[in-house]
Ligand binder design. Structure first.
Ligand code: UD1
Length: 324
């Protein structure tokens, strides 16, 4: 299958291209390099620089390379930033999906795999320990809304022109390639494990804990951290799932295990053998107290066996990458 990966120069996109390449070498990457890095695109992959919101560019790329499936990563993804810049988030993420799906219709693309997020659930399921795909949708920020609206657009396209889809709701993606060749390069990163790794390497003086008064066991936010290469594997399985004629569907991507901010910091301290200076701060706007996946569905339907379901592997690979 000829596959287009948008955002393939980004963190999750580039790790996915690397893993996908082994079974599907026919890959084209589209990226505007606004946050991605050209050098993150694995060798031998065709690169077309451009913006997913440019319809003519997208159609031209899809037709020129006879693309059959799109894995659509390209998006803005910082929760606090989305609260300050909602228009930019809806433009990039939601309007971006409108253009990508219009281009799919124009070029006859059959399949799309979409990067969605656990942020679609917000805080509405505080009474349950694990959220499943039918849990209440209630985003707390424009980022989550932009992704949920995109899911709906993609689903509606199937009836209209037969676009088959898998929406993957990522929980908290972290870590780096186990071979040490790739990792998170994001500038001004805000994600916990990245920031904690920077602090452990001495690139930052310390770390803020946003909220110590949540109704969680130690008062700090709880998340389900998934290793970036396990998530990359899920995209390969999603393609297989669609190519085998299965129905379009939405899946949680997490391990079904939650760690608090304090537990994550302790794990980074353990693997790095470094003490991290922490400062307790007020809650960060737009954050949920706890978000842990019920990932039974994806494990069953994709026959997925995560290979790196271990917070220390996640933190070790993230720290080693940062240190290098
Ligand atoms: C959010 C989304 C997630 C999405 C990701 C993409 C929610 C609930 N989740 O992750 O689905 O895939 O963005 O960008 O919207 N924290 C600190 N100090 C820091 C950084 C973070 O205490 O310096 C805490 C946060 O308050 C939170 C946890 O660590 O409790 C994780 O935060 P972060 O790594 O930023 O990711 P999310 O916001 O959970």
């Amino acid at each position: 299958m000829k596959i287009l990966v948008t955002g393939g120069a980004g963190y999750i996109g580039s790790h996915t291209v690397q893993i996908l390449k082994a079974t599907n070498p026919d890959i084209v990457v589209v990226d505007n390099l606004s946050t991605g890095f050209k050098e993150s695109i694995p060798e031998g992959i065709i690169f077309e620089q451009g913006d997913i919101r440019d319809f003519d560019f997208m159609v031209q790329v899809l037709k020129k390379h006879k693309i059959e499936a799109i894995i659509h990563f390209a998006a803005k993804l910082i929760v606090p930033e989305s609260i300050l810049q909602p228009i930019e988030y809806y433009d990039n993420n939601t309007s971006g999906v409108l253009t990508v799906t219009r281009a799919c219709r124009e070029a006859g693309v059959k399949y799309i795999i979409f990067s969605s997020t656990a942020a679609v659930y917000g805080d509405a399921n505080a009474d349950v320990q694990f959220v499943d795909e039918n849990s209440k949708i209630s985003p707390l920020n424009p980022y989550g809304w932009s992704k949920f609206m995109s899911e709906q657009i993609i689903k509606d396209c199937e009836k209209a022109f037969g676009l088959k889809s898998v929406c993957l709701r990522y929980f908290n993606v972290a870590g780096a390639a186990e071979d040490g060749k790739n990792g998170q390069k994001t500038k001004n990163a805000t994600h916990l494990i990245k920031v904690a790794s920077e602090a452990a390497c001495g690139k930052k003086v310390g770390l803020n804990i946003f909220g110590t008064d949540y109704s969680t066991p130690d008062g700090t936010g709880v998340r389900d951290y998934i290793h970036v290469e396990d998530l990359a594997d899920l995209h390969v399985l999603a393609l297989k799932y669609l190519a085998a004629g299965n129905i379009s569907d939405t899946f949680n991507c997490g391990y079904g295990r939650g760690y608090s901010v304090k537990e994550v910091i302790a794990a980074v301290e353990k693997v790095s053998q470094k003490k991290i200076n922490v400062t307790n701060q007020a809650r960060r706007e737009g954050d949920a107290a706890s978000l842990v996946a019920n990932s039974t569905k994806i494990k069953e339907k994709f026959q997925w066996k995560p290979r790196r379901d271990n917070i220390e592997i996640i933190c070790q690979t993230a720290y080693d990458w940062e240190n290098r």
